[in-house]
Ligand binder design. Structure first.
Ligand code: G6P
Length: 597
């Protein structure tokens, strides 16, 4: 029976977007469809009494773009006759004109969504062959889509297609799946087939066919997912976010495995082989990314510039295209993206390639759109990250940026001894993160003192400035408290006006080359009565005395400190959000993978 499988799949995808959900199953009597507003739990309750026997169906969780999260706007959407049902990820950019044309030909719309146009468009072309109708409709669509289509006239098949939105097939034992994310089908099969741009596939219970838009048959290879269902489950933790925070020592190891060669003090990055010469000619690196990945990029700038003579720029992917960048020879663009599907980052990388730049990717999800669009890249191998707020991916991205730095620096002026010491220090990080994790209950205690505040300031300098930004983002994302991050030196240019007993400051101040200066900023806050949480080096009694609360991290070379200092900030946000009763893994309004620009 399809319904329970679809519901389970939806639950595993709930982290990606979740203001409404729905499913449709082909029964003997025709297609039955149930939708509901809110979390999957609501849909599940509504389906409690249903006795659906059908073995094929579609399901969807929605993150509202066009049209508010109402029942009418929830997917699946259907045609006028309620025979063709569609689920859609992405955006139909020309939906307005399509809608007008279709309405003028008598189609009746029931929702405000762009997605519904697809159901009517397919109905318009349908003459007995569902796949053909889909193939004829899609060239008329501008924008991005990953779609699933079924019809009561074809109970044995489901048609799926993609352009600019992820879609994979899963081959089970006598059953076949399609999903936008591997975690939806991982409990049924690890054998997947990645669909490529403009592929249309028809899946049956025991086989599939893939065609292009011209109905020419295509063969796509299958691969086995490198992780199993356990990676997509909480494994005893209260939340995925906490589980993923605890997976960080392993994430560092996984990112380094087979890449850091301690004896020679070098990094081997297999994903870059073949383009090493071009990389060695690199004079300027432009990093593009969004959200947490953007902060990893900001840190990348500090790290790479500290160890090489390459100039690094970091852009928010959404702003990248608005700059009139001069792509001089030797400019390389690096996209950082956990999901590999972020629309802005994808568009930025497309633009870079159009302008003739070498495009690299630092991506977690294998075979994702960004991974495929780049000329070469490095995978995180961090396993699936389910919580919306990114934690282990950030640590993993940083680890790879350190390796990339080593890769570049050893081809410039870094000596073998320096390279060896670099790797030794990096290899000591997992154990040091473990030591911070052992202090989780202490951090939980500290968090309990701060749940009554509404605003927070995060401060850090140099390598720890991006950490402050990331700390503030974490708090905003999951606790809905307002948090702003500033470079500590910038505090005197404005934020200091806000300091009083109602504004706690979280100061990231390990004993590094900027320590003394940051201490002065801390003194400035203290003298104005601002509550202080310090994140500092183990045994730093000076910092402890200045702050109301202090969280210690083990000592390390200053360049590697962010791998440690960010961990208490993640835990602090987590415990504040937990105490406030927030939906930690699925914060309101956010989605894990933002496939709209
Ligand atoms: C969304 C997520 C963030 C993530 C950002 C970039 O906003 O909620 O956690 O950092 O997208 O995602 P990416 O997959 O490109 O790293």
């Amino acid at each position: 029976m399809a319904a329970p499988i679809l519901l389970e799949g939806l639950k595993r995808l709930e982290y990606r977007g979740y203001d409404s959900a729905g499913l449709a199953v082909i029964e003997k009597s025709g297609v039955v469809c149930q939708r509901s507003v809110g979390k999957i739990g609501a849909l599940e309750s509504e389906l409690a009494g249903a006795d659906w026997q059908g073995t094929s169906g579609l399901a969807h969780t929605r993150w509202a773009t066009h049209g508010s999260p109402t029942l009418e706007n929830a997917h699946p959407h259907c045609d006028c006759k309620k025979t063709i049902f569609v689920v859609h990820n992405g955006i139909v950019e020309n939906h307005q004109s399509l809608r007008e044309q279709l309405m003028s030909r008598g189609h009746r719309f029931r929702s405000e969504t762009d997605s519904e146009t697809l159901a009517h468009l397919i109905e318009e072309h349908y003459q007995g062959d569902l796949e053909k109708a889909v193939a004829q409709s899609l060239p008329l669509v501008e924008g991005a889509y990953g779609i699933g289509v079924l019809s009561s006239d074809h109970p044995d098949q489901i048609v799926v297609a993609r352009r600019g939105s992820p879609l994979i097939l899963g081959a089970g034992d006598g059953e076949f799946f399609a999903a936008s994310d591997a975690s939806a089908l991982i409990s049924h099969t690890r054998k997947v087939i990645d669909l490529q741009e403009d592929d249309i596939a028809v899946i049956y219970s025991d086989h599939h066919e893939i065609n292009n838009l011209k109905s020419q048959s295509i063969l796509r290879p299958s691969r086995t997912l490198a992780w199993d269902v356990k990676a997509a489950e909480k494994q005893g933790h209260d939340h995925f976010m906490l589980k993923e925070i605890y997976e960080q020592p392993e994430a560092v190891c996984n990112a380094m495995r087979g890449r850091a060669v301690g004896s020679e003090g070098i990094a081997k990055l297999g994903g870059l082989s073949g383009i090493e010469d071009e990389i060695l000619k690199m004079k300027r690196l432009c990093i593009v990314s969004c959200g947490t990945s953007y902060y990893a990029g900001l840190l990348g700038r500090y790290i790479i510039e500290a160890c090489t003579d390459i100039g690094v720029e970091v852009d928010l992917a959404s702003e990248f295209r608005y700059r009139k960048l001069n792509f001089t020879e030797g400019t390389v663009v690096l996209a950082i993206s956990q999901s590999g599907e972020t629309a802005d980052t994808f568009a930025a990388i497309q633009e870079a390639r159009r302008r003739g730049s070498l495009a690299l990717g630092l991506v977690n999800v294998v075979e994702s759109s960004i991974a495929r669009e780049t000329d070469a890249g490095i995978y995180n191998h961090a396993g699936p990250e389910i919580a919306v707020a990114s934690t282990k991916s950030f640590i993993s991205q940083l680890t790879i940026l350190y390796l990339f730095t080593l890769f570049l620096a050893r081809r410039q002026n870094m000596s073998m001894a320096e390279g060896q010491s670099f790797i030794r220090e990096l290899e000591s990080i997992p154990e040091k993160i473990e030591r911070i994790l052992e202090r989780a209950s202490e951090i939980e205690q500290i968090a309990s003192h701060y749940t009554g505040y509404k605003n927070f300031l995060f401060l850090g300098r140099k390598f720890n400035y991006p950490v402050a930004l990331e700390g503030a983002l974490k708090l905003k994302e999951i606790s809905y408290l307002h948090a702003e991050a500033y470079a500590a030196g910038e505090m005197k240019h404005g934020p200091i006006a806000l300091i009083d007993s109602n504004l706690p400051s979280v100061c990231v101040a390990p004993q590094d080359s900027t320590y003394e200066k940051t201490l002065s900023n801390i003194e400035e806050i203290r003298s104005r009565g601002g509550p202080l949480i310090g994140v500092g080096t183990e045994g730093d009694e000076t910092l402890r005395k200045l702050c109301n609360h202090m969280i210690e991290v083990p000592a390390t070379q200053e360049i590697f400190a962010p791998l440690l200092t960010v961990v208490p900030l993640q835990l602090l946000s987590y415990y504040i959000a937990k105490e406030l009763g927030c939906e930690i893994d699925q914060p309101r309004n956010l989605a894990k993978s933002v496939t709209v620009e």
